[in-house]
Design a protein. Structure first.
Length: 491
């Protein structure tokens, strides 16, 4: 009796190992040596605004991230604003996603595949990057994992049950499926590319008519509820105008992922009409990538983080391939079969260790907002002015206001909170030239040359033209993608 209970516990709670594994990887180096990059700075400064100010901002910009900002506002109010509060939701979400991968793999191909897939998910480079990111992409991955697990459960149970209680239970699960898809869409509506992936799974597994009807109803409800956000955020499409057009070299990454996924699908030996790892994992990997590529042909949108949830499919396929290899070796080396999976995990960890360390280093991101604020604190003097090129680099002052205390932001006409923007509204070029003419010492905060884009705004041209004509550089510091230059007026 005791042995049977222990075996049942192991079967029901084996998903805890991938969850704890991913959680440990996420907590390791969570502060990234006390650095914060520009995307996380946006979350940090917006989430600390009052709800009314956040709502005002969403009418102007970033409505697509509005639900996430409000969620983080609540967490900051409860636990304080720090890098732990900022990033821990992503760590917890990715850990839950790993558990979902493990359960899906076990249901489709057995406990070995589920365990291998769940452990592999936490080691994927893309997962490692966004595991510690103060943005919404890990939460979307968790939602995709939950909705995919619900779909697999309902496909497996489609022919079972009956009666009123069974129908109620099924509809509750479909309502949970639709609600989860909707929450993902509110976090980032490009997550709706999950639905065509699930559609491909239904086609592959030849789902019965009742499943089709309920899936269509749940999906339509989720899309309809998200449609107002989609339409409104399209009016703010200028905020993604910086994304470059699709090029052939941008296809290398997706091509490699598809190749790895194809190997995993071959290991599954899936047949049409059967629910399998390949029937779930391959569409989950391929369809969102292809869908995003198709959308990018209309408007450039191709960023891998928008379809981060497709890594769930990759982990399932990798788990199938590795699980098959471990099982084959286990038959050949029976005495050491119990050590094969732990050894494989250790080997993978050692092989990926340089990349894991790189993801946790300050140089893993394009810049560090906090480091340059420390330089400003040391370089400023009483009565100095400050300028930002481009205006988005004002995020340094917004997340570190103490470092900029005493400096006059001479280009700023209206603050970020008052204007409902991320960077504030600046005065026109003529007023900037006039205000600069009365300054004796100016600190310029901008991007380091290796990551800077060409100056195009008339305001920024005006700033630079006056500085070059009437001032001389007396100090220049560059650190982790940011630069602060001190100018003094020529005698």
């Amino acid at each position: 009796m005791t042995c049977s209970l222990a075996a049942a516990w192991r079967r029901s709670s084996f998903w805890a190992l991938p969850l704890l594994w991913t959680l440990a990887l996420g907590l390791w180096g969570l502060s990234r040596q006390h650095t914060l990059w520009r995307d996380e700075a946006a979350t940090w400064q917006v989430a600390q605004r009052p709800v009314a100010d956040i709502w005002h901002m969403l009418g102007q910009v970033d409505a697509v991230h509005g639900f996430y900002y409000l969620l983080m506002h609540g967490l900051f109010a409860c636990f304080g604003s720090g890098t732990t509060t900022l990033r821990l939701p992503s760590v917890l979400a990715m850990s839950c996603a790993a558990a979902c991968v493990a359960v899906i793999g076990r249901r489709l191909a057995g406990q070995l595949v589920g365990l291998t897939a769940g452990l592999a998910f936490g080691l994927l480079p893309a997962v490692q990057f966004y595991l510690q990111e103060g943005r919404s992409y890990a939460l979307v991955a968790m939602g995709a994992g939950i909705s995919t697990l619900l779909l697999v459960t309902m496909l497996e149970d489609g022919g079972r049950g009956g009666g009123l209680g069974g129908d109620r239970g099924r509809w509750r699960r479909w309502a949970a499926y639709g609600g989860t898809v909707l929450l993902c869409a509110l976090l980032n509506w490009l997550s709706l590319l999950l639905l065509p992936a699930h559609l491909a799974t239904l086609l592959w597994s030849k789902a019965e008519r009742g499943i089709w009807t309920r899936w269509a109803a749940a999906s339509a409800a989720a899309v309809t509820a998200a449609l107002p956000l989609i339409l409104f955020s399209r009016s703010q499409s200028d905020q993604v105008s910086w994304i470059p057009p699709l090029t052939w070299h941008m296809m290398i990454g997706p091509a490699v992922l598809l190749l790895i996924g194809g190997i995993g699908a071959l290991a599954d030996r899936a047949r049409a009409g059967r629910l399998s790892v390949a029937a779930v994992g391959l569409p989950l990997l391929v369809v969102p990538q292809i869908g995003l590529i198709g959308l990018s042909l209309v408007q450039p949108l191709f960023l891998d983080r928008y379809v981060l949830f497709s890594m769930l499919g990759l982990a399932l396929l990798i788990g199938t391939a590795l699980g098959a290899a471990v099982a084959a070796l286990g038959k050949r080396f029976r005495r050491t079969s119990s050590w094969l999976l732990p050894v494989a995990v250790v080997v993978a960890l050692l092989a990926l260790l340089p990349q894991l360390l790189a993801k946790r280093s300050p140089t893993s991101r394009v810049d560090d907002v906090l480091a340059i604020a420390a330089d400003v604190r040391h370089l400023k003097k009483t009565g100095d002015a400050v300028l930002f090129i481009p205006a988005a680099r004002r995020d340094t002052a917004l997340v570190s206001p103490d470092a900029f205390a005493g400096l006059r932001d001479i280009a700023l006409a209206e603050s970020a909170a008052a204007s409902g923007t991320l960077k504030g509204l600046e005065a026109g070029p003529d007023r900037i030239r006039t205000d600069l003419s009365s300054q004796q010492r100016v600190l310029l905060v901008t991007d380091a040359p290796q990551v800077a884009r060409p100056v195009s705004a008339a305001r920024d041209e005006a700033k630079l033209s006056v500085l070059r004509a009437s001032f001389t550089v007396v100090a220049d510091r560059q650190v982790l993608g940011r630069r602060v230059t001190v100018y003094e007026r020529r005698s």
